[in-house]
Design a protein around this ligand. Structure first.
Ligand code: CU
Length: 298
């Protein structure tokens, strides 16, 4: 399958070079092995000859592999360099990874759960994680780069055609790792500009829950997933574990705000407490939107 990014050809070239030379060597070594096994078999050669050193052979099997690995290095480096040199005119998108979803943030503040990009224009990625190590992997682009907690990684790509390309997480990150999927949607630049404009402005609470990754563990219909459902939560009395102590609280605005920013502070009884802190990833206004929404879920 041919790649869909400007540098995917370079990656494929390196891959085929290494695979091709490995196959040639495997076949060659196997052929020589079989030939020697037959030629020097015990029945025709009962007494082994003592062979001592050969300068010519020594030089040959030092020089040839050196040339071969240097050629591999050259192609590997040439492809790697292109992938590390981010073009100055690239559009910057922040990629947020968390258990177990992706979200994307554009320079004008637009947020989305899918990565919309203009075809044929460079996009630079600032890769972040709010909990554990994830890996941003788009096979069609031959692009894979880790998202690490506490530091920012970089990558870039430029699509060569319109289309949808699956984003995987390539670093095992817990229970729903395999469902940590999204996609790159590459559209003509004019269409992209329209999309960006359409998505500017206030976000609905449902969309916010999806972008921030909440829906991976929480539902609005009462279904119990990894975390409690929002349904009927507001105003309810709840037993929570604060440190070692179990206490009763009322789910009010303050409690919800704290549970979003610092989820480990109070863990609802019966749940594991695996939510990453959203501090720095969600604004006060966005939390207000969510609180108003939770109040409506009776
Ligand atoms: Cu992951």
């Amino acid at each position: 399958m041919s790649g869909a990014s400007s540098y995917s050809g370079l990656v494929d070239q390196t891959f085929w070079l290494i695979l091709g030379s490995s196959v040639i060597m495997l076949l060659g070594i196997t052929a020589v092995l079989i030939y020697f096994v037959v030629k020097y078999r015990r029945s025709t050669n009962p007494n082994p000859a003592q062979i001592e050193g050969s300068k010519r052979l020594e030089i040959l099997w030092t020089v040839l592999p050196t040339i071969l690995v240097m050629v591999m290095f050259y192609y590997g480096w040439a492809g790697f360099k292109v992938m590390r040199d981010i073009p100055d005119d690239a559009m910057e998108v922040i990629v947020n990874a968390r258990m177990w979803s992706w979200s994307f943030e554009y320079p004008n503040g637009v947020q989305s759960a899918e990565l919309y990009v203009p075809t044929g224009e460079p996009v630079s990625l600032k890769l972040r994680s709010s909990d554990v190590i994830h890996s941003f992997f788009v096979p069609d682009f031959r692009l894979k780069e880790d998202c690490m907690p506490g530091r920012e990684n970089h990558a870039w790509f430029e699509t060569t055609r319109d289309g949808e390309f699956t984003i995987f997480c390539a670093e095992y990150c817990g229970e729903k790792h395999s469902q940590m999927l999204s996609k790159v949607v590459s559209v003509p630049p004019v269409e992209f500009a329209d999309w960006l404009e359409d998505n500017t402005g206030p976000i609905s609470p449902e969309k916010l829950l999806s972008i921030k990754g909440c829906v991976a563990c929480h539902t609005a219909d009462g279904t119990r997933l990894i975390g409690p459902s929002y349904k009927g939560m507001y105003g309810r009395k709840e037993l929570v574990k604060t440190g070692e102590e179990v206490r009763e609280i009322v789910v009010d605005e303050e409690y919800i705000r704290r549970s979003i920013l610092d989820p480990m502070a109070d863990i609802v009884e019966g749940y594991a407490g695996v939510m990453p802190p959203m501090e720095g990833q969600i604004t006060d206004e966005e939390i207000d939107v969510l609180i108003e929404y939770f109040k409506t879920l009776k």
